[in-house]
Design a protein around this ligand. Structure first.
Ligand code: ASN
Length: 319
């Protein structure tokens, strides 16, 4: 794919700084975000998780099941990818410690149409975690507790900010409801994700993605082979997708089959496949939750751009 530069877009650095100083919603969002980071970190430490530093450049990265431009760098003739997610690194990570997480910066060069969604940035951070021998339900249960813990604490600590920005924000009730993609499509049609989010008043799990719609690493359901043992969490009130995750493929033959099924190039996964072939990979499950989206949801912000400084909106040039 070729990136077409449509026009010269001038960004004035002084104007940008003045915007940050004038509009207090940037300052408020950063206060909330700082607490989201601290609370999530404490929550996971208490559950015995080890925090890893993120991997930002690698020879392998998530192929992603979507249309993004490739982000590669050339270093002394070697090719590195900028990480789109740490999924393969997490699968190796759990061989060293059973429960791991990372605040992982990801670069996804999304198409400009995504700017309108209000929830896409090309440079964002996800809290990415993985647990050895865990099942899908273990991770969903963990994330429900994490979200409840974070929202509860933030409402208690910053009642005035919540009243000002998102007065309808509630502490969600556990367990969150679940709906399969098949069922959601039947009820809401092809635009099920958007409609589900708009109708919901509490977060909802969307489960059992069709195999052709997701990446090779989410585990195929042996009892329903056209679906995966995975999930997304959808925020209510139209705030859209929050989390994606699932159980993982870890057996060499199955991984090869899945990479081929997606039409991905096996050679791109050489380093990963070697590890799988040796039998080192283990069963695991995990997920990632976008930090800027979590901030946006808690404050009920119109656009995710408000949740960080130097935000990069799809298709736009910025500092
Ligand atoms: N972090 C996600 C996961 O663990 C993968 C992703 O970001 N695409 O499943």
């Amino acid at each position: 794919m070729e990136i077409v530069k449509k026009e010269e877009r001038k960004v004035d650095s002084v104007e940008l700084v003045e915007k940050y100083l004038k509009d207090e919603s940037y300052r408020d969002a950063l206060i909330i975000q700082s607490d989201i980071l601290g609370l999530s970190r404490n929550f996971l430490h208490d559950k015995g998780f080890i925090e890893y530093l993120p991997v930002i450049v690698s020879t392998i990265t998530d192929p992603l099941n979507k249309d993004v431009f490739e982000a590669q760098i050339d270093y002394y003739g070697y090719k590195y990818y900028i990480t789109k997610s740490m999924i393969v690194q997490k699968q190796v990570g759990i061989l060293v410690h059973d429960k791991i997480f990372s605040f992982s910066p990801n670069l996804r060069l999304e198409r400009e149409e995504k700017a309108q969604s209000g929830r896409h940035l090309i440079d964002f951070v996800q809290l990415d975690l993985e647990v050895k021998n865990a099942k899908r339900n273990d991770i969903m249960d963990l994330m429900e507790d994490l979200i409840i813990y974070v929202i509860k604490n933030i409402i208690q600590t910053y009642p005035n900010l919540i009243r000002k920005y998102h007065p309808t924000l509630k502490i969600p009730n556990k367990p969150f409801s679940k709906i399969s993609v098949k069922e959601a499509k039947k009820i809401y049609g092809d635009d099920y994700e958007r409609i589900l989010s708009e109708k919901a008043t509490e977060p909802v799990w969307l489960i059992d993605m069709p195999i052709e719609e997701r990446e090779f690493y989410d585990k195929q359901n042996p009892f329903e082979p056209d679906t995966l043992l995975d999930f997304d969490l959808i925020y209510p009130e139209g705030f859209g997708e929050s989390i994606s995750g699932g159980e993982r493929e870890y057996e060499y033959e199955q991984i090869v089959k899945r990479i081929k099924l997606k039409g991905n190039n096996l050679e791109n996964y050489d380093d990963y496949l070697k590890i799988a072939k040796k039998g080192y990979l283990q069963p695991s499950a995990g997920c990632g939750i976008g930090i800027e989206r979590f901030t946006r949801y808690i404050l009920g912000l119109e656009h995710i751009e408000k949740t960080r400084l130097f935000a990069k909106i799809p298709g736009k040039f910025s500092i």
